[in-house]
Design a protein around this ligand. Sequence first.
Ligand SMILES: Cc1ncc(COP(=O)(O)O)c(C=O)c1O
Length: 417
Amino acid sequence: MSTFEVSAAHPAVSRAASIPPSCLHDVFRSAEAWERANHRAAIRLHVGEPAFGPPAEAIEALGAAAREGRAAYTSAEGMVELREALAGKLATENGHDTRPDRVFVSPGSCQGLAALMQSVANPGDEILLPEIHWPIHLQQALLAGLRPRFYPLDRDFRPDLDSLAEAGGEDTRLILVNTPSNPAGVVLDEPFLRAVLDIARRRRWRIVSDEAYEHFVFEGEHVSMASLERDVPEEERLVHSAFSFSKSYAMTGYRLGYIAVPNRSAADALRVVQEASIVSPPTPVQHAGLAALGVPGAAARNRDAVRANRDRALPSLVAAGLLGRVPPGGWYALLDLASTGLDADVFAAELLAEHGTAVAPGRGFALRPIIDANCRVTGLGQSPRSHGLLRIAFCGDGDLLAAGVERLLAAAHGGRA
Ligand SMILES: Cc1ncc(COP(=O)(O)O)c(C=O)c1O
């Protein structure tokens, strides 16, 4: 499905130009082309766009800030009032030992994650990514000049701790942990995160903890990794955390996230990247974020809506043997077509062409780039495990989700889409 062709490493090819576009953008384009050709909407299970919207208070605050001229640049770290509110939330809700000058507001957690990768390590350093990962993490690592290595996941897509203890090498500086995870909806509990933290401490890795889906845990509770080192002296802390308003408050297009860094040196480095990258996060949007944080129960209501979707539509996929279990968290389920013998790329293309239902094949979540000395991509492999994998989002409209799952099941059972 990808239109990307690996450019032979010509000296004039920049690192950015050598990096494959995200598979998700490919599916987006295919779905749009299908809709234009068929003059109707496709069922969009490929994208994590929620059926619910931002709190009315956030919308109002955005408009009011723009109308009233509260829209000048803020500092690169973001508005003081918002960072104070976020530090309070991180302390009370996530158990962090933090303060406002360790918190950076970013235009989406995606930008914050990219900035972190630039600020925490040096080009040429290695970063450990999960073998099945959000493709943007890989792009971010490559853009920062980091050399990706991949740690194995077990059958349930959780990090395999024995292999993790042996993963990486002398140049490994960083590990990315994502809970609840995209694309598999895995939730890592406290003992598990402690084990990862112990390995990281032993191996002297820093940690990037992507917690964009923190409010979408359906079984148990979200554990924020930085809470596990609240009693460690600041300069010895390893965890850098990323959070988002996009999921918790359905503010996807507002572009608002935040980063919590463990100590002053991390803050100093990140500030430089943010000064150079964004100057300031968008000010009216920060006012909207402040208002959203003040709405009691907003994130919990959104979690309940996504859980209801999950419980309505996904059990049939488990019964059909396409999904190991309903995901304990997140917005996505990672199906495995292995039992049908179908190839996920072919299946996804046919499901869209013949049934107007867009899903994301797993290949793009499991790329294995071959890179040269300048960290330019010169070839692309993929994890062998990904051939039958297919991601669907279950955060959208419940009726459309149910209809899309029905079409998917019919297509899979028919042996063809
Ligand atoms: C795992 C993960 N992290 C981070 C993000 C980025 O979210 P945003 O930039 O909208 O805050 C996403 C978005 O889909 C995601 O899936």
